[in-house]
Write a protein that binds this ligand. Structure first.
Ligand code: HEM
Ligand code: HEM
Length: 176
C-alpha cells in the first residue's frame, strides 16, 4: 500500500493519522473526565501529565496531518445520494479538525495562564506571568469543545453506518 492517497482510498500515512488519533481520543476524553473528579494526589499529578502529553501529541499529529492533506489530494468523493451530502461531509471533517485544535490549544493555554511550564516534547515553555481569569476562561472552552467533539464524532460514526448499511457504498474501504 502506498503512503500517498489515491483516487479510491487514503494512503498509509493518512490512515495512520486517522486511527492513531482515534485511539488516543477514545482514551483521552474519559481520562479527562476521570481526572477532574480526583482529589489532589500523586496519582492525579501523574495522570494529568499523561493527559497533557497525549493531548500535545494529538496537537502535533493533527498539524502534520493537515500539512500532509494539503500536499496530498484526498480520494474522490463517494457517490451522492442527496443534495448537500458532500457539503455536510466536508463540514463534519472541517469541524472535527477545528474542534481538536480548540481542545488542545485551550488546554495548553489554561496551563500556561496558571503560570506553569509545559513540556512541548521539543521544548519547555511557560508564560512570565499567570492570569487565573484567562486560565478559567480557556478551561471552559476546553470543556465545551469536548462536548462538541463528542457530538461531531457521533455524527461522523452515524454517517459511516448509514453509508455502510443503507447506501452500501463501501466507504470504510477508503480509510481501512
Ligand atoms: C475520534 C474519532 C474520529 C475522528 C476525530 C475522525 C476524524 C475524521 C476526519 C477528520 C476525517 C476526514 C479525513 C480527511 O479527508 O481529511 C475522517 C474520515 C473518515 N473517517 Fe473518521 N474519525 C473518527 C472515527 C472514525 C470511526 C470510528 C470510523 C469508522 C467507523 C471512521 C471512518 C471514517 C471514514 C470512512 C472516513 C472517510 C470519509 C470520506 O472520505 O468520505 N472515523 N475521519
Ligand atoms: C485531545 C486532546 C484532549 C482531550 C480530548 C481532553 C479532554 C479533557 C476532558 C474531557 C477534561 C475534563 C473536563 C471537565 O469535565 O472538567 C479535561 C481536563 C483537563 N485537561 Fe484536557 N483534553 C485534551 C488535551 C489537553 C491538553 C493538551 C492539556 C494541557 C496542555 C489539557 C489539560 C487539561 C487539564 C489540566 C484538565 C483538568 C483540569 C483540572 O481539573 O484542573 N488537556 N480534558
Amino acid at each position: 500500500m502506498s503512503i500517498f492517497n489515491n483516487h479510491n482510498e487514503y494512503g498509509l500515512l493518512a490512515k495512520l493519522f486517522h486511527w492513531v488519533t482515534f485511539i488516543i481520543l477514545i482514551a483521552q476524553v474519559p481520562l479527562g473526565f476521570y481526572l477532574v473528579g480526583l482529589e489532589f494526589s500523586d496519582e492525579r499529578i501523574e495522570l494529568e501529565n499523561i493527559h497533557i502529553l497525549a493531548g500535545i501529541t494529538v496537537f502535533y499529529i493533527t498539524l502534520f496531518r493537515l500539512i500532509w492533506k494539503f500536499f496530498n489530494s484526498s480520494p474522490s468523493k463517494t457517490r451522492s445520494f442527496f443534495k448537500g451530502q458532500v457539503f455536510i461531509g466536508k463540514a463534519n471533517h472541517f469541524l472535527l479538525y477545528l474542534c481538536i485544535f480548540t481542545i488542545t490549544i485551550s488546554g495548553i493555554l489554561k496551563k500556561l495562564y496558571m503560570g506553569e511550564t509545559l513540556n512541548f516534547i521539543f521544548l519547555k515553555y511557560g508564560f512570565e506571568k499567570d492570569n487565573f481569569v484567562l486560565a478559567d476562561a480557556y478551561y471552559e472552552v476546553h470543556i465545551y469543545s469536548n462536548y462538541l467533539l463528542l457530538m461531531l464524532v457521533a455524527l461522523h460514526i452515524l454517517a459511516v453506518i448509514v453509508h455502510h448499511f443503507i447506501f452500501k457504498d463501501k466507504i470504510l474501504n477508503k480509510i481501512t
